[in-house]
Design a protein around this ligand. Structure first.
Ligand code: NAD
Length: 350
């Protein structure tokens, strides 16, 4: 086998820990360098992983000539500048979700990718879950016929990550829309085959996080610096006539122990539910309903799989497993949702 691709990971405290096993399991990659602005985190991760090339300035890692892949796991506001810098020095880039919080930033990243000829992928790990992979295969065979409506939500009763990277707009770009909305929206658009979004009507709310004593099971008391939404809902129209109703929340009086993430797809031949992975059809002649289960075996952890899929795409010259154009659609819809919420009107996206 040819020599392994050298990976440098930037931003080490949180989600990066789910990427390390993927880079290590892939036959194509090895982690050679780490970067984090936090010296303590940097030292600790270096010791843990046995890596001694440690950089407090991420640009020092990006400038290393021998590094092939840069993996960006920093807060959202750093994604675009670091990705563009890495592409400009000829690196392939895997970047955590959201690819960037605004369509303008993503367009800049796409332009840098095109100029460099390197691969850029958004880390949308839900696409790599075995249940999602199995359902996607069934849907792509045309089992549902033309899908004309979807309902998707990701709702937490008390699950706001209260770190500045999430609850301050200058770092995150938004609240649950940008944090978890991108997960369920990306998954839904992928299942639908990426129809072109043309309009969105949306609302955002801040009700519970303003109440005295409000706290999050995922982060404790609500900080005063919180300046993003806690809930959002939207209706999206697509160029093919399909529609999507979307709901996201970090705080909501909703019945769930931790998180309720669901997607319903309704087509001319059948419906589908994820994550239960049921296909729902009705034989009108026989007056018979049927619910069939799409089976999937639990496979490798999806964050690890996304890294492995990216490495394989680089080595085999395949397209990006999650292209930036897909993330541009996701963020264009969410940007439209915010604009619609501010204006109280439906916003055209096309
Ligand atoms: N895919 C998922 O399931 C998932 C889950 C959580 C977070 N995320 C995404 O991962 C990203 C990071 O989130 P997190 O929860 O790991 O955050 P975190 O705050 O736990 O960790 C971020 C790390 O980045 C470092 N950092 C900040 N700015 C930096 C810079 N300019 N250069 C180098 N290092 C820098 C911080 O010191 C910190 O160690 C976010 O974009 C988030 O949306 C994805």
């Amino acid at each position: 086998m040819s020599k392994k691709l050298k990976v440098g990971v930037i931003g080490l405290a949180g989600i990066a820990k789910t990427h390390f096993p993927g880079w290590r399991q892939s036959p194509h990659t090895e982690i050679v360098a780490l970067a984090d602005v936090d010296k303590q985190v940097l030292r600790q991760k270096g010791d843990e992983l046995g890596i001694d090339r440690l950089y407090q300035d991420p640009l020092d890692l990006i400038r290393c000539k021998d590094i092939d892949i840069v993996d960006i796991c920093t807060p959202n506001a750093c994604h675009a500048p670091l990705t563009v810098a890495a592409l400009q020095t000829g690196k392939h880039v895997l970047c955590e979700k959201p690819l960037a919080p605004t369509p303008k930033d993503i367009r800049r990243m796409i332009a840098a990718r095109d100029k460099s000829g390197k691969l850029l992928m958004t880390a949308q790990h839900f696409r790599f879950q075995s249940s999602a992979q199995a359902l996607k295969k069934v849907i792509d065979k045309g089992t549902l016929g033309e899908v004309y409506h979807a309902r998707s939500w990701m709702l937490r009763r008390s699950g706001a990550p209260t770190r500045p990277g999430f609850i301050q707009k200058k770092h995150s770009g938004g609240g649950p829309c940008i944090d978890i909305g991108v997960h369920i929206l990306d998954l839904t658009l992928w299942m639908l085959g990426h129809p072109r979004p043309v309009a969105v009507s949306g609302v955002t709310q801040r009700r519970l996080s303003k109440q005295p004593g409000c706290y999050s099971d995922w982060g404790g008391p609500i900080p005063k610096s919180w300046d993003v939404e806690e809930f959002a809902a939207a209706m999206v129209r697509f160029a093919n006539g399909a529609t999507l109703v979307l709901e996201v929340a970090w705080l909501l009086h909703h019945k769930t122990t931790s998180e309720d993430m669901q997607m319903w797809l309704y087509g001319e031949k059948g419906g589908a539910h994820w994550p239960d992975n049921e296909i729902l059809t009705t034989d009108y002649k026989a007056k018979q309903h049927s619910n069939t289960q799409v089976l999937s075996t639990s496979g490798i952890e999806p964050h690890a799989l996304e890294c492995m899929a990216f490495a394989e795409a680089v080595v085999e010259g395949k397209p990006s497993p999650v292209p930036a154009e897909h993330s541009l659609d996701v963020i264009t819809i969410l940007d439209g949702l915010y604009r619609s919420a501010a204006s109280g009107k439906e916003v055209r996206l096309a």
